[in-house]
Design a protein around this ligand. Structure first.
Ligand code: ASP
Length: 342
């Protein structure tokens, strides 16, 4: 393990590179302990992911294995089995994975009847020349690889869907003419969201990340959120770090959230500051009145999570929130930085 370079040497190198902007300075770092960061529903996921990396599993696969028990958990109605369905009462899952060392990614969207979409996304990465498969094509691909199919709608989720369907009108995603315009308005509706993202770094400093979700509850069938979109719900740059997101997917797509966080880290921002930058970007890009509260702030939540190549984790959200991490201190559930108070 090499020692970090001295401050004086660093400044000398900095002066040298100022004159030659494209010269890459090979700053040697201390090797990180394996670390993982996750959304708050991933406390066991980060533990599993780090254990797997210690056993030699790659970061991207460790992230997928960490996510699997959450996808299988019927009590988590935002991910995998038991996820809340679309407006037709059908569960449609989204997931993506990205591998730092190869720079490859795999994703599935609007996948039905398969409870572990992150595993199928990993198969897309490993066994196709594509990045994203959707709907029927994704299901047929999973079937070809022998992935079992099952009904993902639990009795509890079916009851919640039925209650929504019986009372819907202003609570669905179909807008009337004018509602998306500057003078438009809409009654505020609480909609259940939730997702799991796990970002991992191993001892060699290699990175991987995965994100899995059932998406927005009662969405229009075929709606795809940020979670399976590379650069939105998950992004990895093996020289820099991993980032992922949860919350209102539309806002994350419109800002390319995870890529924004990673690019900010590339500019030297810490993981938490980079996540805060992305939150500010979401605020700046949210202009439609029906998405703003009485104080002109977004009336929805977005969370970003990040871990850099040195194993430093961080997270931030628009409003107070928590995240899970596993570092040398062990597994912890901790507060994220927040832009606004509730
Ligand atoms: N980001 C997910 C989506 O929009 C939902 C969530 O994380 O709550 O599909």
């Amino acid at each position: 393990m090499s020692e970090p370079i001295s401050r004086r040497r660093f400044l000398e190198l900095g002066a040298a590179t100022a004159a030659v902007p494209h010269f890459h300075v090979p700053v040697r770092r201390r090797a990180p302990a394996p670390a993982a960061v996750s959304s708050a529903n991933g406390l066991r996921s980060v533990q599993i992911a780090v254990e797997k990396m210690r056993a030699g599993v790659s970061p991207v696969e460790a992230a997928v294995l960490g996510i699997e028990p959450v996808e299988n958990d019927p009590e988590d109605d935002s991910v995998g089995y038991g996820g809340l369905p679309n407006e037709d009462g059908v569960v449609e899952l989204d997931a993506c994975v990205m591998d730092g060392p190869t720079g490859l990614a795999g994703a599935v969207a609007a996948l039905r009847n398969v409870k572990n979409p992150a595993k199928v996304a990993l198969l897309v990465l490993r066994r196709t020349d594509h990045v994203l498969l959707v709907g029927e094509g994704a299901l047929r691909f999973a079937r070809a690889h022998g992935i079992p199919e099952e009904n993902l709608l639990t009795e509890a989720s079916r009851r919640k869907w039925l209650a929504w369907k019986e009372s819907r009108s202003k609570t669905d995603d179909w807008l009337e003419p004018g509602e998306n315009e500057p003078a438009g308005a809409r009654p505020k509706v609480e909609r259940k969201t939730g997702t799991i993202h796990v970002g991992c770094v191993n001892e060699a400093g290699d990175l991987g990340g995965a994100t899995s979700t059932s998406g927005l509850a009662f969405k229009i069938p075929g709606r795809v959120g940020d979670s399976p979109l590379i650069g939105c719900g998950n992004y990895v740059d093996n020289e820099v770090g991993v980032a992922g997101s949860t919350g209102r997917g539309e806002a994350v797509i419109l800002t390319n959230g995870a890529a924004y966080v990673v690019h900010a880290m590339r500019q030297g921002r810490s993981p938490t500051d980079a996540c805060l930058d992305a939150c500010r970007r979401v605020v700046a890009c949210t202009r439609i009145p029906r998405l703003l509260d009485g104080k002109g702030r977004p009336d929805f939540q977005v969370n970003f999570y990040a871990v850099n190549k040195a194993g430093v984790t961080g997270a931030a959200a628009l409003f107070p929130s928590r995240h899970a991490r596993m570092t040398a201190n062990g597994p912890e559930l901790v507060d994220s930085a927040a832009l606004f108070e509730r």
